[in-house]
Design a protein around this ligand. Sequence first.
Ligand SMILES: Cc1cc2nc3c(=O)[nH]c(=O)nc-3n(C[C@H](O)[C@H](O)[C@H](O)COP(=O)(O)OP(=O)(O)OC[C@H]3O[C@@H](n4cnc5c(N)ncnc54)[C@H](O)[C@@H]3O)c2cc1C
Length: 240
Amino acid sequence: MPQFDYVIIGSGLGGLLCAYTLTKEGNSVCVLEKNRQIGGNLQIFVRDKAIFDTGIHYIGGLDKGQNLNQYFRYFGLMDKLKLKKLDEDCFDVVSFDQDEKEYPYAMGYERFSEKLIEQFPSEKEAIQKYCSKLKEISNFSPLYNLRYSEQSFFNTEYLSVNAKEYIESITSDVILQNVLAGTNPLYAGVGEKTPLYVHGLIINSYIESAYKCIGGGAQIATILTKSIKEMGVKSGIIRK
Ligand SMILES: Cc1cc2nc3c(=O)[nH]c(=O)nc-3n(C[C@H](O)[C@H](O)[C@H](O)COP(=O)(O)OP(=O)(O)OC[C@H]3O[C@@H](n4cnc5c(N)ncnc54)[C@H](O)[C@@H]3O)c2cc1C
């Protein structure tokens, strides 16, 4: 029976990144996966020759100097992934039943707020306040910025205020509230529960930049698995 320093249950992004880090630090690691395909929410499926992502549809913060770019470089992903930058004027769009209008999310805070102000001219102040808050939250978080700090993210207002309450506090325009919360399926946001920091850190990274994996997100799992095997002769993945 082979012996490993660490056994990781699940080959999703979390499991693979742990395995990569531990292997890089000289440990032998075994990742156990209950499914036939590795990757968890990185898995893709194909219908009529079209590739569909199950989880990761697009990735934020991958431009040079942005936070996920730093993480992805550490994990040896940046120069191997096939990426395409999404439309800077509309990387995502929020729409509602019985409303003909579409509400684009644009990349870069200036463009993001300009586009929204075009649609909600009387809400300029609220939109600017929202953007400032997202930047403030993201700058505050040490882990998000790979920065050492004695200051804890816990016990701050970002954890005690929930995202829905915050959005409602800056604008009474219900459509704008829904537009600002409109991409919450990306992080399974729940109105009464999801804290402001979860919303803030995630949406900030997409506003900074948004990329799609050409051919689907499964390549992240494939690249990580290959790198893990190459780095550690004893590390590997066992799947069903
Ligand atoms: C619908 C949806 C859309 C999303 N869109 C985006 C997006 O556009 N951009 C983005 O950045 N993120 C997105 N996400 C989030 C992202 O996909 C996840 O945060 C990330 O993939 C989660 O990785 P994980 O390792 O934590 O979990 P998972 O991906 O769930 O991996 C867990 C793995 O563990 C395995 N497992 C579980 N139990 C066992 C067991 N007992 N034994 C062995 N194996 C086990 C599972 O089979 C699975 O492979 C989305 C998520 C969802 C659900």
